[in-house]
Design a binder for this molecule. Structure first.
Ligand code: PLP
Length: 394
């Protein structure tokens, strides 16, 4: 028989995945053009052309024994150095290859760093709404996820509550900006205040509190908004990055962790994270993808496609009478449900073949998430349906 913990997880499966399956069922019944599936954050902009040519070049030019062989658990040395150099150029940081660990996407990186840091019963703080998998990732290592409640309608972090919830057991804080599911970007002022709170609490308790910046959406920002690079504001910062969204490579499972020298016991943290990568069974990040991202470090994400979707969906929903803030980043809209129970609203949407994810999946009931990484036609064709849906409420 499977474990008790897994029994619970199987019984409480992901609402997002369930919605995705529902989308496939509806497509079979009504045809893809009549189904408006806003459930999944799967990029629909193809990877840049340069990705394809780089892949071909790598396969043709690299000794296959090297290319497809095991590598160091932290990744190829030349790739780690190239990543560090690109970050230094962009953000004025001072990283070297030794500060970088190549990971199996952001999800792999988060699991590696949580395994590295957590003792059982350690607390990890995060701000609701948040990426639902954080709960599982923290539980994987016996930690406890502590939520700071949502700050509607702006969804900027509630720093007073944050400060109150830090205890001597707080080992880490996970922030995600640009944010899934709200699209909110935390301002420099917010980050400075958060850093000051963490410094003071570290001193008060004589502990280390690690700030983990989960950044798969770093490149997806609109209207020239700046996303502060968090290692510059607080020494005990660890960055988890991913190419899933920026290069549209979610299935390839490639990303990295940055563990700067300024992190307390940095060398030991790097050594432990390297072992964690191995013993969690990742062994090393996919070798072909490591070589690929090293060739595409200066590739810029084309945002025009997502931006057009953002404008069309945001404008269209506001016109219907729905309430939501305009997202500054990522590819999600977080819309206030017109009824308190947002699951009811999601069910009502299904009558029009509109699929949305309930906010309770992100610890924020009363809202729904729409992923606008869909075709522009899907958005335009969905708007009359949203109008009909709105008529049920306004
Ligand atoms: C906030 C957040 N963190 C982490 C991940 C995992 O990303 P990856 O595909 O790089 O593992 C996602 C994926 O959607 C996400 O939204």
């Amino acid at each position: 028989m499977i474990s008790e913990k897994m029994k619970y997880m199987v019984a409480n499966g992901s609402a997002i995945r369930a919605m995705f399956e529902e989308g496939n069922r509806l497509i079979k019944l009504y045809g893809a053009e009549n189904v408006f599936d806003f459930s999944l954050g799967n990029p629909n902009v193809p990877a840049p052309e340069s990705v394809k040519s780089a892949l071909i070049e790598i396969v043709e030019e690299t000794d296959p024994i090297v290319l497809h062989g095991y590598t160091s658990n932290s990744g190829y040395a030349d790739v780690r150095e190239a990543v560090a150099e690109s970050l230094n150029k962009r953000f004025g940081t001072n990283f070297a290859g030794k500060n970088i660990i190549m990971t199996v996407g952001a999800a792999g990186g988060l699991n590696v760093i949580l395994k590295t840091l957590l003792n059982p019963e350690d607390e990890v703080l995060t701000f609701a709404p948040y990426f639902v998998e954080y709960r599982s990732y923290v539980a994987n290592f016996g930690g406890k996820l502590i939520e700071v409640s949502p700050n509607a309608p702006t969804f900027q972090p509630k720093l007073d509550e944050f400060e109150q919830k830090i205890t001597p057991k707080t080992k880490a804080v996970i922030v995600n900006t640009p944010n899934n599911p709200t699209g909110v970007v935390y301002s420099e002022d917010t980050i400075q205040k958060m850093a000051a709170i963490l410094e003071a609490k570290q001193k008060e308790y004589g502990t280390e509190i690690y700030l983990i910046s989960d950044e798969p959406y770093r490149e997806l920002v609109y209207d020239g908004v700046e996303v502060p690079y968090l290692t510059k504001y607080y020494d005990n910062t660890i960055v988890g990055y991913s190419y899933s969204k920026s290069l549209s490579l979610p299935g390839e499972r490639i990303g990295y962790l940055v563990i700067p020298d300024e992190v307390t016991d940095s060398e030991l943290v790097v050594a432990a994270a390297t072992v964690a990568n191995r013993v969690l069974g990742f062994v090393n990040a996919p070798t072909l993808q490591q070589k690929l991202v090293a060739k595409c470090l200066y590739e810029e994400t084309d945002l025009t496609y997502y931006n057009r979707n953002r404008e069309a969906l945001y404008g269209g929903l506001k016109e219907c009478g729905f309430e939501c803030i305009k997202p500054e980043g990522a590819f999600y809209l977080f819309v206030k449900s017109p009824v308190a129970n947002e699951k009811e609203f999601c069910e009502a949407g299904k009558k029009y073949n509109i699929l949305m994810v309930p906010g309770s999946s992100f610890a924020c009931p009363g809202y729904v998430r729409l992923a606008y990484c869909v075709s522009y036609e899907t958005i335009m064709n969905s708007l009359p349906k949203f109008k009909e849906l709105a008529k049920e409420y306004f």
